[in-house]
Design a protein around this ligand. Sequence first.
Ligand code: DLZ
Length: 162
Amino acid sequence: MSGAGAPTLAVDGTGLRVVVVAASWHERVMDGLLEGARRALRESGAQWTEVRVPGSFELPVAAARAAAGGADAVVALGVVIRGGTPHFDYVCSAATTGLTDVSVRTGVPVGFGVLTCDDEAQALDRAGLEGSSEDKGAEAAEAAVGTVVALRGLPAVSGAPA
Ligand code: DLZ
C-alpha cells in the first residue's frame, strides 16, 4: 500500500483525552512512531497518556480498556516485521481485527498506527525518523482526533456509545 494521497489534517483536539497504546518490539521504529504521535497530539491541543504493552498482539486489549475507561480516542502504535513463519499473519490479523472491533463496538475512534512490513528498512521509512518518507505515528494520531471531530457531525444513537 502506498502512502501517497494521505490527507493533510489540521485537527482541533482541545479538551480531548487520548490514550496512546504502544507495543514494544522494534525499539528504534517505535521511538519514531511515538514521537510522531506525541507531536501531532501536542499540536492538536489534546491531552494524552501512554501505555506500553509487550507486542502488537496485545494492542486490542489495551485499546479496549482505554475505551472502557473513558478515552475520547485511542492511538494504537506497533511494528510487525515479516519473518519466515506464518506468525506475522496471525499477529497482523489479530491486531487489525481486534482494533477495528474495539472502535466499532465502543464508538471510540482508534487511530491505526501499526506498521506491517516485509523488513526493518520499510518500517524505518515510515517511522517519522530523520530520512523517513512517512510519519505513520503522526498520521494515526491525526486520524484518531479527526474522527472524534467528524463523529460530532453525526446524530447520536440512543443506547450506542457517544
Ligand atoms: C512473537 C512476535 C514476533 C515474532 N514478532 C513481533 C513483531 O514483529 N512485532 C510485534 O509487535 N510483536 C511481535 N511478536 C510478539 C506478539 O505481538 C505477542 O506479544 C506475543 O505473541 C505474546 O502474546
